[in-house]
Design a protein around this ligand. Structure first.
Ligand SMILES: *[C@@H]1O[C@H](CO)[C@@H](O)[C@H](O)[C@H]1NC(C)=O
Ligand SMILES: *[C@@H]1O[C@H](CO)[C@@H](O)[C@H](O)[C@H]1NC(C)=O
Ligand SMILES: *[C@@H]1O[C@H](CO)[C@@H](O)[C@H](O)[C@H]1NC(C)=O
Ligand SMILES: *[C@@H]1O[C@H](CO)[C@@H](O)[C@H](O)[C@H]1NC(C)=O
Ligand SMILES: *[C@@H]1O[C@H](CO)[C@@H](O)[C@H](O)[C@H]1NC(C)=O
Length: 500
């Protein structure tokens, strides 16, 4: 893992982004749905203030993908949506990884610059992005026409992945300050308007904000809504909490203060503690699993009977645990802040794309093994990826530096889209979490009673009493190991230190 990749030198001074100075677009209420023909689109464009793109849950690739169109004439590519990074990049057909066949190769599409009349190199050799999981992409920065969700950007800056080990491109929608070029040049002068900023600049949406609804693990798609919220996609209230700046006062990642974690099951509930509370966690759609500090992860694993497998370097558990009635309640922004409950059926994932590996020894001998959705990291910032995000409706407001959180309304087929009315408007329908200053309080670290633990396993029909006694790592047949590799960590962490 190259967690330091792309670090911005401490002390580098960043001017405030120019977002707040941008002229506000004409305020109109209207919805541009997905994929109208480009011709008719040009005419209705001025009325639109939100754009919705369906994102497909590609479980075999561990992420959410959107279909985009690049160049003139348009070339269609399916790209992974990533809130943890800030550049759009696409694989070049000559990239080595694309010479492999089938799903190992670039089956989701490549971009051939020679076939686009509007392609223009703007930074030769300047594109160089490194993600937390060690994967990378390098090549030129270029501008071209880019279309997503019915929106067309005539002059979008993107990276061309000529040297990359990733077989598909990404749409990074994070803060412009976290663009790979800023890390490379160590200078804000090189910031370019990335996708959400460019959409405002082109008056397609009113402010730099979007909402993400990933929906159920078992559902094949969710959506991203640029410029608005959909009040039919969540339950209860939408609550705003502050995004944490870095120690230099900069906003580079969607880091928020996670301030509590409670395990709840039919047998009771436990407040889990950690030396790291209150902890910065990055809400990252480009990360398949979620990563908490080891002291906290160990408690979570004990509650559900998950075992750390040194073979897989992952916490694993019986697949039957997806039937458990237990859930985890994540708290943010202090004791009065929003809580998101994540049930076990969202936290038990296939370990491989083929037949599940079977526990060879130990308490779960003979049972199918699955990957647990909560894993461990040794240092901050921690990451809440798709296994958390599916249970939350998240609105990202990059102008006021806030996120709106609510419980997701799984499988909702209704829609009521409310655009942000103007630049720097607050998230519609959302109330601010009170007393966020209390988010900095460090709770005392105690050992949980594990009152919930029996209920987690019993309700799934997995023998709980025996699990607790077992400290041995689970074993699997060696042949089963080669097929793993479905979890990505597409985050580009500009700086590891958040002010909290
Ligand atoms: C296209 O975008 C780039 C990067 O933001 C900018 O430097 C350039 O002037 C733009 N070109 C046009 C024609 O708008
Ligand atoms: C949502 O739909 C999927 C099928 O598309 C189903 O498997 C799942 O149980 C549903 N989730 C809820 C919470 O109803
Ligand atoms: C989440 O769980 C907590 C703790 O059990 C509970 O108080 C709260 O009502 C739950 N929230 C939702 C939206 O179900
Ligand atoms: C996760 O926890 C396991 C078990 O305690 C430990 O062996 C491993 O090194 C930890 N991984 C990280 C990244 O901290
Ligand atoms: C559960 O574990 C207990 C204690 O080891 C054992 O006596 C019992 O037979 C087990 N039950 C099942 C269904 O495996």
């Amino acid at each position: 893992m190259r967690r330091g990749a792309g670090i911005i030198a401490a002390g580098a001074l960043f001017a405030a982004t120019t977002l707040a100075q941008r002229k506000d677009g004409v305020v109109q209420w209207g919805i541009q749905r997905r994929q109208p023909p480009p011709e008719t689109y040009t005419r209705v464009r001025k009325r639109a203030s939100t754009f919705e793109e369906i994102i497909t849950n590609e479980e075999a690739r561990g992420g959410y993908f959107a279909t985009c169109r690049l160049g003139t004439p348009g070339q269609d590519l399916t790209l992974q949506l990533d809130t943890g990074s800030s550049d759009i990049w696409v694989p070049d057909p000559t990239a080595k990884v694309c010479s492999k066949s089938g799903t190992e190769g670039c089956a989701l599409g490549t971009f051939n610059p020679d076939r686009s009349s509007t392609f223009k190199v703007v930074g030769q050799g300047d594109f160089d992005i490194n993600y937390v999981d060690g994967s990378s992409s390098k090549g030129d920065y270029f501008t071209d026409v880019f279309q997503i969700g019915g929106a067309t950007l005539q002059n979008m800056t993107m990276g061309l992945g000529v040297n990359t080990d990733i077989a598909y491109g990404l749409v990074g929608v994070g803060y412009a300050l976290n663009e790979a070029i800023v890390g490379t040049t160590q200078s804000t002068a090189s910031v370019y308007p990335n996708l959400p900023v460019n959409m405002v600049k082109e008056k397609l949406i009113n402010t730099v904000a979007y909402s993400l609804w990933l929906n159920d693990l078992d559902s094949s798609s969710g959506n991203i809504l640029f410029g608005g919220i959909d009040t039919q996609k969540y339950k209860g209230d939408l609550t705003r909490i502050n995004i944490l700046p870095t120690t230099q006062g900069l906003y580079t990642s969607f880091a928020v203060a996670m301030t509590s974690l409670i395990a709840v099951s039919p047998s009771g509930q436990d407040t889990l503690t950690s030396k790291a509370f209150p902890m910065p966690v990055v809400l990252d759609s480009g990360t398949t699993l979620s990563y908490l500090p080891t002291d906290l992860a160990l408690q979570v694993w004990k509650e559900v009977g998950a075992l750390y497998s040194p073979e897989f370097e992952l916490a694993v558990l019986p697949c039957d645990m997806q039937n458990s009635e237990g859930y985890f309640s994540f708290g943010f922004g202090g004791p009065s802040g929003p809580q998101i409950n994540v049930s076990m059926d969202e936290l038990v994932l296939d370990l491989t794309s083929g037949r599940a590996p079977v526990f060879n020894t130990g308490p779960y001998k003979g049972m199918d093994a699955c990957e647990f959705g909560i894993q461990n990291f040794s240092s901050a910032p921690y990451l809440l990826g798709d296994t958390f995000l599916r249970s939350a409706y998240v609105v990202y407001d990059l102008v006021n530096n806030q996120v709106g959180l609510a419980a997701t309304d799984f499988n909702s087929t209704e829609s009521n889209i409310v655009p942000f009315p103007s630049l720097s408007a607050h998230i519609p329908s959302a109330t601010i979490a009170p007393d966020q200053s209390q988010a900095t309080i460090r709770p005392s670290v105690t050992t949980p009673a594990y009152a919930a633990s029996a209920g987690f396993t019993d309700s799934a029909g997995v023998n709980g009493s025996e699990n607790a006694a077992c400290g041995l790592p689970p074993a699997f047949g060696a042949a089963q190991l080669s097929v793993v590799g479905l979890s990505m960590v597409f985050a580009m962490l500009g700086s590891g230190m958040f002010l909290l």
